[in-house]
Design a protein around this ligand. Structure first.
Ligand code: IMP
Ligand code: MG
Length: 206
């Protein structure tokens, strides 16, 4: 018998995501008319959103990537990160938009923004697909957001659990404790449709 993970539910469908991404692309196109923004994606999670988003922007755009690793020991969450791969190009005098999959506490992003600000871009804004604002620690100004995300662990559309499921075209919600759980393949039966997803979307975006 197929066993999955109890309580796994659809949070944002493929259609909902694509519609929202189109809206965000149109909004950025209007706001940056006449300019050539640089979209900076934070690997790996942000890359799926970036790939869809920048094809919905009707302007010349540049893309660049950063890869970071977190220093997270115990409760001392300073947000300090180690840069594993820096941007290829300078951003001085450029209009930069950081593209993120999810902003949770915001510690990572706030650290990243201060490091980018030192490079003196003409402007610096944030576009995140998901905003879990309930867990925010430092105040952050987020210009573009796809959805407000309830306080549950999410996977799919770039977001992983143990490096799996980034390739799902939709976003699933899992119980936080279970997400930390034992079997990384526990969600696999849902992917093929062998197990139905819970369609009760408790706590989904308002
Ligand atoms: P923050 O510094 O707490 O805002 O952490 C943000 C980063 O944590 C995101 O860019 C994700 O890589 C990761 N993250 C936070 N919440 C989730 C989740 O629910 N699923 C998968 N990754 C997450
Ligand atoms: Mg990330």
């Amino acid at each position: 018998m197929m066993r999955g993970m109890e309580g796994t539910r659809m949070l944002f469908t493929t259609d909902e995501i694509q519609t929202r991404v189109r809206d965000l692309g149109a909004q950025i196109t209007r706001d940056y008319r006449g300019r050539t923004p640089t979209l900076v994606s934070v690997l790996k999670g942000g890359s799926v959103f970036l790939a869809d988003l920048f094809r919905q922007i009707d302007l010349p755009v540049r893309v660049d990537f950063m890869s970071i690793s977190h220093y997270r020991e115990g409760d001392d969450e300073s947000g300090v990160v180690r840069v594993l791969k820096d941007l290829d190009d300078d951003i001085i005098e450029r209009d930069v938009i950081v593209v993120e999959d999810i902003i949770d506490t915001g510690l990572t992003l706030s650290y990243l923004l201060s490091s980018l600000r030192e490079r003196e871009p003409a402007s610096l804004e944030v576009c995140t697909l998901l905003d879990r604002s309930a867990r925010r620690i430092p105040p952050l100004e987020i210009r573009y957001r796809g959805f407000d995300c309830p306080d549950v662990f999410v996977v799919g559309y770039g977001l992983d659990v143990g490096e799996r499921y980034r390739n799902l075209p939709f976003i699933l919600a899992l119980d936080r404790e279970r997400a930390q759980g034992d079997d990384p393949d526990a969600l696999v039966p849902y992917l093929s449709g062998a197990l139905p997803l819970d369609t009760a979307r408790t706590g989904a975006a308002d």
